[in-house]
Design a protein around this ligand. Structure first.
Ligand code: FEO
Ligand code: CA
Ligand code: CA
Ligand code: CA
Length: 598
C-alpha cells in the first residue's frame, strides 16, 4: 500500500514499497538517470567500453568497478557542473570477464582488476531541460587513481621500520589504494577514503598481527601474489602494513599525490567523516567494519586555514598528520538486557549510557607518544586493532559509517549487523549492542560532552533498531511503528540540508532488495523512517549524497549473487537483456524540478 506524501520537511514523498525488481525504483513523481557506469571513458584518449576486449590501459582511463563512496563538490565558474569523486572498492572478476577461470587468472585480467580499483574524479553536468546529470568526458579535472598509482605515506608511522619494503626503503611511498569503501569530504576541499577489507589481497602470512586483521595463511582468491610479490607476505612482509589507512585526495589538483594518513590508525576503515572544533581543528570519526570491532576518533592539533592560496592548501594538507587517536568505550547505565521482543526495557526505560574516548597515541611535529602500555607509538598507528584490544574498547556490531549532524552536532553510528553476537563464547548483547544474533543492525546516537567535537566523553542512546516494524524488537526512535518502512543492515549514512538522516543498506535480511531511506532526527516526526529507493538484484546502495534538488547513489555490485557470471547473469541492470551488468552512479530528482521531499 502506498502512503500519502506527508512527512517531515525534506521527507515528503510517497515511500517506495519493499520489492525485488531488477531496477532502481523511486517514489512517484521522481525521475532518475545513470550518471556514469563502469567502463565509461572519462580520460582523454580512453577507448569506448568493450567488455569482450578489455585491457588495463583502457580501464585506467575509464570509470572503475564497484563504485561506493560518492562526493559531489562545487565547481565554481563552470555552469551547471559539479565534480564527482567516487571510490572503486573492489572487483567482481566473474562478472567482468567472460569465461573467467578463478583458479588461473591471466596477467591481463589481473592488471585490468588493478586498474578497476581505486578512485575516480569526473566532472558531471546537469541537462537544463531534463534535469539529468551526465559525465563530461576529457575534462582536465577528470582523473583515475588505481592500485598502481603512487601514494605518499604521511604522519607518525611514515618511514618507520614497519613500513619499509625492498622496493621502498624509505617507508613513505606506496603504490595504489585498495578496497576503498566509504569516505568523507573535508571543509578544506579534499576527500577522504577508507581502505576497508585490504586483507583479502595479501597471501601467505603466519604472523599473529596479520591474523588479527584477517590476513590468510594461504593463497588469495584473486591470486595477485602470482603477478606481484608485494601481495605475498612471505616474500614482502611489510607491504601489508601500507594498506588499511584513510586516504586523503585533492580532487582539484589533478597532479597531486594522494596521501595515506597513518595518524588515523590502521584498521578496516569503513569511512572517515570530518567536523571542526570551534577553534578550527579537524575531528575525524571512523568505524572498523568487523564483527566485535571498534570505532575511533582523531582530534587534530592544528587549525584549518581559510583561503585557496598554495600556502594555505599545503598547510591544510598537513592537518591530519598531527593529533590524538582515540577509541570508544561505551558503558550502559542499567544492568545489561537484550531487546528480545518481549517489550522488556532496562530499569531506567532506555537503552542508553555514557562513553569515553580512550587515547591511544598522539602525533606531534617532534614525534609520537604512545598511551598504550607495551606498545610503541608506531605500533599503535600500524596495529591499531591490537591497541584497542589492550585498552578494553567496546566490541561493536560492525561499525560502518559514522556521521555528525551538521544541524544538531549529534553523531550517528551505523552498526550493520552481527550474526555472531551472543553465539558460543562471543560477547553477549549489551545495552549498546542489544540484540543477540543481530541480523538487521542498529544505529546509535552520540552526544559529545557539551556538544564539543573534541570532548573525551559522551552520552549515547539507541536511535534505531532495524528490522520489520512488526518485529517487537525493532525501535524507530519512539515513532509509531505502523507508519515506518522496514529496514535491514544500515551501512552508509548522510545528512540532507534539513538535518534528516539518510541511510543506505547492504545485505537486506527481510527478503527484498537494499535501498535508501530518510528519517527525521528531530521534532515530532523523529524516527519516521521512509524508503526513498531500491536497487537492482544483488546490489548494495552506497555513497548517498543528498542535495536540495538531487539524490545521488552508487549502485554497487549489481548481479553479485552466488553462482552468477557473465554467462549466467543474475541482473542485466542498467542496460537491459544481452548487456553486461555494470555498477553505476544514479541521480534522482523531482520531475517538477522542486526540492527533494519538499
Ligand atoms: Fe565496504 Fe563496511 O562496507
Ligand atoms: Ca539505560
Ligand atoms: Ca559500506
Ligand atoms: Ca557494508
Amino acid at each position: 500500500k502506498r502512503k500519502p506524501a506527508t512527512g517531515a520537511r525534506g521527507l515528503r514523498f510517497t515511500p517506495v514499497p519493499p520489492n525485488t525488481a531488477d531496477a532502481v525504483t523511486v517514489p512517484d513523481g521522481y525521475r532518475q538517470n545513470v550518471v556514469v557506469r563502469w567502463g565509461e571513458p572519462i580520460l582523454r584518449g580512453a577507448p569506448a567500453f568493450d567488455p569482450e576486449n578489455q585491457t588495463a590501459a583502457a580501464q585506467a582511463g575509464q570509470f572503475g568497478y564497484n563504485n561506493d563512496f560518492l562526493a559531489l563538490l562545487p565547481l565554481p565558474g563552470e555552469h551547471r557542473r559539479q565534480l564527482l569523486v567516487a571510490n572503486h572498492e573492489y572487483t567482481d572478476e566473474v562478472l567482468m570477464f567472460r569465461g573467467y577461470d578463478a583458479a588461473n587468472p591471466t596477467r591481463q585480467q589481473v592488471e585490468v582488476a588493478w586498474a578497476a580499483h581505486g578512485l575516480a574524479a569526473v566532472v558531471v553536468e546537469e541537462d537544463r531541460r531534463t534535469g539529468a546529470l551526465t559525465a563530461v568526458p576529457r575534462h582536465p579535472l577528470n582523473r583515475r587513481v588505481t592500485a598502481t598509482t603512487e601514494f605518499r605515506l604521511t604522519g607518525p608511522a611514515a618511514g618507520s621500520d614497519l613500513l619499509r619494503t625492498s622496493v621502498d626503503p624509505t617507508g613513505t611511498k606506496v603504490l595504489g589504494t585498495l578496497n576503498n569503501c566509504s569516505g568523507g569530504t573535508t571543509p578544506w576541499g579534499t576527500t577522504l577514503h577508507g581502505e576497508e577489507n585490504f586483507n583479502q589481497y595479501f597471501a601467505n602470512s603466519s604472523r599473529t598481527t596479520d591474523k588479527r586483521y584477517g590476513i590468510g595463511t594461504g593463497a588469495t582468491e584473486r591470486k595477485w601474489e602470482r603477478f606481484d610479490k608485494r601481495f605475498d607476505v612471505a616474500q614482502e612482509p611489510n607491504e601489508v602494513h601500507r594498506f588499511g589507512y584513510v586516504v586523503e585526495f585533492d580532487p582539484y589538483d589533478p597532479t597531486s599525490t594522494p596521501r595515506k594518513r597513518t595518524a588515523l590508525g590502521r584498521f578496516k576503515h569503513e569511512a572517515a567523516t570530518v567536523r571542526l572544533t570551534e577553534d578550527g581543528r579537524p575531528v575525524v570519526y571512523s568505524g572498523d567494519d568487523e564483527r566485535f570491532d571498534y570505532f575511533y576518533k582523531f582530534v587534530g592539533s592544528k587549525r584549518m586555514r581559510k583561503g585557496s592560496s598554495r600556502a594555505v592548501r599545503e598547510h591544510n594538507l598537513s592537518l591530519l598528520d598531527e593529533g590524538t587517536l582515540y577509541v570508544a568505550r561505551l558503558t550502559g547505565d542499567s544492568p545489561a538486557l537484550e531487546i528480545d521482543g518481549t517489550g522488556k526495557l532496562p530499569a531506567d526505560g532506555e537503552f542508553d549510557g555514557s562513553g569515553e574516548w580512550i587515547p591511544l597515541a598522539t602525533a606531534t611535529a617532534k614525534g609520537a607518544v604512545s598511551h598504550v602500555e607495551g606498545m610503541s607509538a608506531e605500533e599503535v598507528f600500524v596495529f591499531t586493532r591490537l591497541a584497542g584490544d589492550k585498552v578494553g574498547a567496546t566490541k561493536m556490531d560492525r561499525p560502518e559509517d559514522i556521521q555528525p549532524s551538521p544541524v544538531s552536532g549529534k553523531v550517528y553510528v551505523a552498526l550493520t549487523n552481527n550474526s555472531n553476537r551472543g553465539v558460543g563464547a562471543n560477547a553477549k548483547a549489551d545495552e549498546a549492542n542489544p540484540r543477540n544474533a543481530n541480523k538487521h543492525g542498529h544505529i546509535l546516537e552520540l552526544t559529545e560532552r557539551r556538544n564539543r567535537p573534541e570532548s573525551t566523553s559522551f552520552a549515547w542512546s539507541l536511535f534505531l533498531v532495524a528490522g520489520d516494524p512488526d518485529d517487537p524488537a525493532t525501535y524507530f526512535a519512539g515513532f509509531p511503528k505502523d507508519d515506518v518502512s522496514p529496514i535491514s543492515c544500515p551501512d552508509n549514512v548522510a545528512f540532507d540540508p534539513h538535518g534528516n538522516l539518510w541511510i543506505s543498506t547492504d545485505g537486506n535480511q527481510l527478503g527484498s532488495h537494499d535501498g535508501l531511506f530518510g528519517v527525521a532526527t528531530r521534532g515530532a516526526r523523529r524516527g519516521e523512517l521512509k524508503q526513498f529507493l531500491t536497487v537492482p538484484t544483488g546490489a548494495e546502495t552506497c555513497g548517498p549524497v543528498i542535495q536540495d534538488r538531487r539524490v545521488l547513489v552508487a549502485v554497487q555490485h549489481p548481479g553479485e549473487i552466488d553462482g552468477a557470471s557473465v554467462e549466467k547473469p543474475a541482473s542485466t541492470w542498467p542496460d537491459g537483456p544481452g548487456k553486461i551488468v555494470r555498477p553505476a552512479v544514479v541521480a534522482v530528482w523531482r520531475a517538477d524540478g522542486c526540492d527533494i521531499g519538499a
